[in-house]
Design a binder for this molecule. Sequence first.
Ligand SMILES: *Cc1c(COP(=O)(O)O)cnc(C)c1O
Length: 372
Amino acid sequence: MSRFWNKKINEAKPYVAGEQPKPGQKVIKLNTNENPFRPSPDCSEAVKNFDMGQLRLYPDTDSVMVCEAIAEAEGVLPSNVFVGNGSDEVLALCFQTFFEKEGNTDLPVLTPEFSYSFYPVFERFYDIRSRKIPLREGLRIEAEDYVGVPNCGIVIANPNAPTSRAISLEDIRKILEANKDSVVIIDEAYAYFAEPYETAVTLLEDHPNLCVVRTLSKSYSLAGLRTGYAIASEELIEGLKRCRDSFNSYPLGRLEQVIAAAAVRDQAYHSWTRQEIIKNRIYTVEALESLGFDMPESSANFVFARPPKCISAQKLYKNLKAKGILVRYFDTEGINDRLRITIGTREQMEQLIAQVSKEVEDAKAGSDNTQD
Ligand SMILES: *Cc1c(COP(=O)(O)O)cnc(C)c1O
């Protein structure tokens, strides 16, 4: 609290990111769903060829170079693409642009009860009512639950975080059809890790109320670059640009634009990292299940695993951290019996499994002792 801050900032509840180790600290970092592989070698090449003299000049406000690369990769027109400083910024602009429309002070934005924890931060900060839709058995999103519920907008992460579960395009179509007067945001931060790959971008043609938000942070290994984007009808893209140009018309610098475009153009490398992570996920799920863990089917680059009864999620989180392995634990009722574990390299996952196996054995031995 500060007397120098206005009411809104005094009352804000900012997003808390997963911890970042200090430079030089040696940890196995499986807590913020970053990609363990380097970005495309084409990014280094692009930086090498970059003329620093260009930084004298303001960048292109629309990041057209990046929009064109994305449009080609996604099979849409550049005019259907909006680029921002990370998808967090794109989402923030979406909340401001599409929700709590003029004349509406009552209707809530609908989000799944357990989802990306930035959504409630935006709702609070932009004074938008919210209604959390409970998940069904097995942390599943049910499309029917988003039909016939009055709202000013809907946001669904697909695959959902932190649950890792995906819903089908048929379900998304059902939600779009039932909510034609609202913008429906599908946050596809993890969509490239689903097998088989599918995207709501294919529904764009029939649905002017659809806004698909994606990022280069996860599948393109560029969390540190800060580039995200939206794909939507020109009408929605135009709205986002109006909002952007009302506070910062240059979200991406010239160097960022060059790097982002190079990464998106290297689809061969992108597919390779994607396949590696899917393979490592299969290995991790099998290994955890054989240790007594249980988890929903993951379509993301993380799993949301419940440890066997002998050890609590919180205890396991702490013990792993003491051994230099960071995973994510949410102290939130309903999901505090699980750990969200990012899929890293095979070597990292083997080290994780070795340590988890030891923790489970120790816990079993411990509880046997107390029973004696
Ligand atoms: C990681 C993540 C984002 C944020 O991505 P940035 O582009 O790095 O801001 C958005 N949505 C979900 C669901 C995420 O997990």
